[in-house]
Every structure is written in structure tokens, then in C-alpha cells.
Design a binder for this molecule. Structure first.
Ligand SMILES: [Zn+2]
Length: 599
């Protein structure tokens, strides 16, 4: 009854009438839901989330939203499958091509379900020097045209990707909404016309002069192009490195022995990067000749090839005319040496396994070619049945089984569960068999042991990472040593199995006062932040001669203008100049504890 009532007033999706909206061209999921919110006259933002995503904060992320399976169910699939929504209406296709297929699959799984809490961390966005809270961007001219053709202004996907600052249709610099990404209206559903209201709600991403800058224009177009990459495309780090090296050689930046002409390459790259200072959010791409060298290490190190897409794009933009030229080069470059080496190693190991036991080939041939059962083939060549079954599994031959301890349906369910990575003990308990039966199943089913090992490790990794992050959050002031002591088991596992992640996370953590570097870093941060806060306050107060000069400001007005301020509010004790600047303009500064409920 309640659902019917709500249906009547809120235009809920209904199987009988279908969902009331369709995608506009190149529209984001967030945009469609915001149009729905307006159309349905829902009073509260969380009502729309609950209706469309089955959760009061579901789907609210405008870049990488969650609960997409619920959305597909709520819209009866009228707007596409979850994967179609991810591919054509979210920012995921921008972030996934440089990730491995398995981490991309994890990301998509997280978006389909409720678990995007650590997604940005897993994608490396929180540990990069770029903003992970992506601002909503729009073109004023597009918004005006939208109204002229009879629908509200909407968010275009192509404008949202990091690095995009240009509306190609209207040759305009995009505007940036101060809603959502600054924490104001974080769970809200807004359209560009709300962001266009007078006041400090929008900012230009750059001034008009960038329109005349050919490199910045190429860069914006490349960022757009990356965002349209199909989900199944993944750049192999090895192949990527070899492609870029080939290009470096063509440009004369490599020596005949394959080394880097560091001086000329760094000078060229540093000069190219200077223009990034003109676009808000891309400042971290600006490098001097010295730091250009470490950026160029990306081309030499396969491991470091897993970095923020903006860094890849800055290198690609430096080396290629456009995205199409890069893709052609990537597709036509010869297979990388490292890849060949891996293939050779794999081939060698197969060969060595083949020669390791003189009866192995014969045994496999009997089972594969002559239809022998494992026990009969084993008896024929004089080995144990289990050994014959294991050889068969390694060779990809499924042994002929008589239904015995597990019937066919149960066996299939067990295989599925093991492929999800449940532990042997858990599987034994759930399927009422012995652990030994589970072990035998893993050994004798082709491909199952590998799939189980990978899935089990992924589960364990996820759990350990979550525990470690929770530990860090629970003890924000603990030193590294204290953290290690508090979470010994997690630390030991992560150190052994996931050291890169652990190191990166610990390096990204602000150092506690005590070391000179830490003090210097806080001093510098304080100086920069103080300058920006004072400039923002002056602008908000309208300058010295304005009637508004000297009026007290609200804290949120300032951090809307200086988004970097918000995460630092709880550290004001370490930022005395910033604190003083705020005190001058705001008056009483609430304590860190009092600031939390504001958003
Ligand atoms: Zn436009």
C-alpha cells in the first residue's frame, strides 16, 4: 500500500508504466538521477537515493557511483544493464584502462554493489597528488541550449573527466560547480542551473587565454578520448612502456644503447609541462627539469606505470599529436621483450614439468586420447591415482568421475564457492565434506586451484587492507611503529604479500611532528594555505573599498573557495598562520569536533 501511495506522488519507476526518463546525449548517471529528483518533486535528496538505489546515500557519488545493480532493478533495465551504465554514464572508463583486468573487475563489482568506500583508494586516486573529489563541470552555452530545446541543463559525461577543461561544441572554457565536491550538498542531486546561481557557487577552471594554447587543447581532447575507452580495453604496463620507449627513440631522446638522453628529454618535458599551471587541478603536472627526470622514470619502470591517468596522459600528450596516434602506435608496436621473456619462462616451465616424470606424458595420453579413467591410467604407468588426476588437471583434462561423495549439482556449487575464494574449512563445513575432499577437488579440477588461490588471496587482501585502514583511522596520531605493534598480524601479512600498497599508504600519511622534514612540510603548507585563505576572504568581502569589507564570513564560504582547506580544518593547531587568517575573517573558529556535523 505504501509503495502505491509513494508511486502516485513521486513517479516511482513502475513495471506497468516504465521509467519516466531516458538518457540525454552523453549524460551522466548522476545527471539523469538529478533530473528524476526534480521531476519527482521529492522533498529530500535521500528519498531519491532510496527510490533509485535502495539506500539513503546510494548512487550519490557523481563520478564512481555505487548500488548500480539496485538502480537497474529499480528502472527495470530500461536504461541498460549495470555494465552499460558504468561504461557510458560514469567516469569509470577513464580510470580503468591503465589498471589490470582484475582490479578493473573489482572496481566494477564494487560499483554494482554497496562497496565503493575504498574504491578511490584502490584506484590510487587518494594517494596521487590530484584531487580525488572530482568537481562537477559544465558549459554555460550548453546549458542555455538545453533550456532552448526544452529540457533542464544536464551534466555531460565528456566534460567531467579530469583534465577536460574545454567544451568542444562551443569552444568555451568549462565552469566548475562548487557543489558536491567541496562537501557542500555532498549527498544532493543538482543540475547545472542550480550551480549557475549568482554567488560563490561556480568558478572558471581556467581563464580564456587557454583557448589559444594548442598543447592544453590537445590535452583536454586526449582526456576526453581516454574516457570513451571500452571497458574491456586494458593497457598492458609492459607493452605501454615499450610503446613509449619506441616513441622516445623516434624523437631522438634515447641513446643507441637504449639509455635516456636525460638532459634534452627532461628539458623538453619540463618546458611542455609549464602550461598545466594555467588550468585549475592540473598544477601537479608542472615539473622542472629535475623532477621531470623522475616523471620520465615511468617509461622505464613497469611497476610505476600504474599511476594516475593524468600522468600517463601528460607523457602521451608530450610524445604524440593526439590519442588516435598513440593508439595506433600502441597497437602496432612489437610485443614487449619482457612479455616475450615471461612467455618463454612459462614455456620452459611447461617443458620442464613434462620431462620431470617419464610417465607423465604417457599417463596424460591414456586419459586424453584413449579415454582411460585416472585410476586405470595410473595403474598402467605405475603411479598413484591422485598423481594421475593432478597431471590431468595441469594438462586441462577434466577426469571422468563417477558421482560419489558429491553429486553433480553439489559439485558445481562447491566449484563456484571455491572460485569465490572461501577457505577450505569454510567449504568443508558448508558442503558437509572433509577438508581432504576439498583439497582433492582443488587438485583435480582443471584451473580450479589457480582460480581459488587468486580469489582467496584477493579476499584476504581486501580484508587485511580494510583492517589496516580502520586501524589507521582509529589511531590517527600513532607512529608507524605503534601501528605495526597494534596490528601485528595485518602488518605481517601485508608486508609479505602487499608491500607496494602498504608502503604507498604509509608514505602518503602525513608525518607526525618530530622530523625536520615534517616540520618544514607543515610550515610550507601553512604558508600556502594562509595566502589562499586571505585571498579568498578579500575576494568574498569585495576588496577594501567595498561595503562588504570587514564583514564576518561563514567558514563554509571560505572552504568553498579553497577546497584544500576543509581536510586541514582538524589540523589548525599545526597551521598557526592559517588559523589566524581564519580568525580574522570568521571570528570564532569551531573546534575540529564541532566541525564534523556541518556536512
Ligand atoms: Zn558547450
Amino acid at each position: 500500500m505504501e509503495r502505491q501511495h509513494t508511486n502516485k506522488h513521486l513517479m516511482l519507476p513502475d513495471a506497468a508504466f516504465g521509467f519516466p526518463l531516458r538518457w540525454l546525449q552523453n549524460e551522466t548517471l548522476y545527471s539523469l538521477c538529478s533530473r528524476y529528483h526534480r521531476l519527482s518533486l521529492a522533498l529530500r535528496h535521500h528519498q531519491t537515493s532510496q527510490i533509485l538505489f535502495g539506500h539513503r546515500s546510494g548512487g550519490h557519488a557523481h563520478d564512481l557511483p555505487s548500488h548500480l545493480d539496485n538502480f537497474v532493478e529499480a528502472t527495470c533495465g530500461a536504461l541498460g544493464t549495470a555494465l552499460e551504465v558504468i561504461e557510458h554514464h560514469t567516469m569509470a572508463p577513464y580510470f580503468l584502462p591503465f589498471r589490470s583486468p582484475s582490479s578493473a573487475a573489482d572496481a566494477m563489482r564494487a560499483m554494482r554493489g554497496p562497496g565503493i568506500k575504498s574504491l578511490k583508494f584502490q584506484l590510487g586516486l587518494l594517494t596521487s597528488r590530484f584531487r580525488a573529489n572530482h568537481p562537477l563541470k559544465f558549459c554555460t552555452e550548453c546549458a542555455i541550449r538545453d533550456v532552448e530545446v526544452g529540457h533542464p541543463p544536464y551534466w555531460r559525461l565528456v566534460h567531467q573527466f579530469p583534465g577536460v577543461w574545454l567544451c568542444r561544441v562551443h569552444e568555451r572554457v568549462l565552469d566548475v560547480s562548487m557543489l558536491k565536491s567541496t562537501g557542500v550538498g555532498r549527498f544532493g542531486w543538482f543540475l547545472p542551473d542550480e550551480a549557475m546561481l549568482e554567488g560563490p557557487y561556480t568558478n572558471r577552471i581556467a581563464d580564456e587565454s587557454v583557448l589559444e594554447h594548442p598543447d592544453l587543447r590537445r590535452f583536454s581532447l586526449m582526456c576526453e578520448a581516454l574516457g570513451t575507452t571500452p571497458l574491456e580495453v586494458h593497457f598492458s604496463p609492459v607493452h605501454l612502456v615499450s610503446t613509449l620507449r619506441l616513441r622516445l627513440a623516434e624523437r631522438g631522446f634515447l641513446t643507441s644503447s637504449g639509455g635516456l638522453h636525460a638532459q634534452s628529454a627532461c628539458a623538453s618535458f619540463a618546458e611542455f609541462s609549464q602550461s598545466f599551471s594555467k588550468v585549475v587541478g592540473l598544477e601537479a603536472l608542472v615539473v622542472d627539469e629535475k623532477s621531470a627526470y623522475s616523471q620520465l622514470q615511468l617509461i622505464r619502470s613497469i611497476q610505476r606505470a600504474r599511476t594516475h591517468p593524468l600522468r600517463h596522459l601528460s607523457l602521451i600528450c608530450w610524445l604524440y599529436t593526439d590519442w588516435a596516434e598513440f593508439l595506433t602506435s600502441y597497437r602496432s608496436s612489437p610485443p614487449a621483450q619482457a612479455k616475450s621473456a615471461q612467455a618463454t619462462t612459462a614455456r620452459e616451465s611447461t617443458i620442464s614439468e613434462t620431462v620431470a616424470h617419464p610417465q607423465r606424458s604417457l599417463c596424460i595420453a591414456l586419459m586424453a586420447g584413449s579415454g582411460y579413467s585416472a585410476s586405470r591410467a595410473a595403474a598402467q604407468v605405475g603411479v598413484a591415482t591422485g598423481t594421475a588426476m593432478a597431471w590431468a588437471a595441469q594438462a586441462g583434462i577434466a577426469p571422468a568421475r563417477r558421482p560419489k561423495k558429491l553429486d553433480v549439482v553439489l559439485r558445481s556449487s562447491l566449484h563456484d564457492a571455491l572460485r569465490q575464494g572461501i577457505s577450505k574449512a569454510e567449504a568443508a563445513s558448508r558442503f558437509s565434506v572433509s577438508v581432504q575432499t576439498i583439497t582433492t577437488t582443488l587438485r583435480t579440477e582443471p584451473g580450479l586451484h589457480l582460480a581459488w588461490t587468486q580469489a582467496w588471496r584477493a579476499r584476504e587482501q581486501c580484508k587485511r587492507r580494510e583492517d589496516w585502514i580502520q586501524g589507521m583511522e582509529a589511531h590517527p596520531t600513532a607512529s608507524r611503529k605503534e601501528l605495526r605493534h597494534l596490528h601485528k598480524a595485518d602488518f605481517a601479512w601485508l608486508y609479505r604479500n602487499d608491500r607496494d600498497w602498504l608502503t604507498k599508504l604509509m608514505d602518503a600519511r602525513p608525518r607526525l611532528p618530530g622530523s625536520n622534514n615534517a616540520s618544514l612540510s607543515w610550515e610550507r603548507r601553512d604558508r600556502d594555505l594562509c595566502d589562499r585563505v586571505r585571498a579568498a576572504c578579500t575576494a568574498l568581502q569585495g576588496g577594501a573599498r567595498s561595503a562588504r569589507a570587514g564583514r564576518k564570513l561563514a567558514l563554509w564560504e571560505i572552504y568553498q573557495q579553497v577546497p584544500e582547506l576543509k581536510p586541514q580544518l582538524r589540523h589548525l593547531d599545526r597551521l598557526p598562520n592559517t588559523k589566524a587568517a581564519l580568525a580574522d575573517s570568521v571570528g570564532t573558529i569551531p573546534s575540529a569536533k564541532d566541525q564534523l556535523p556541518l556536512f
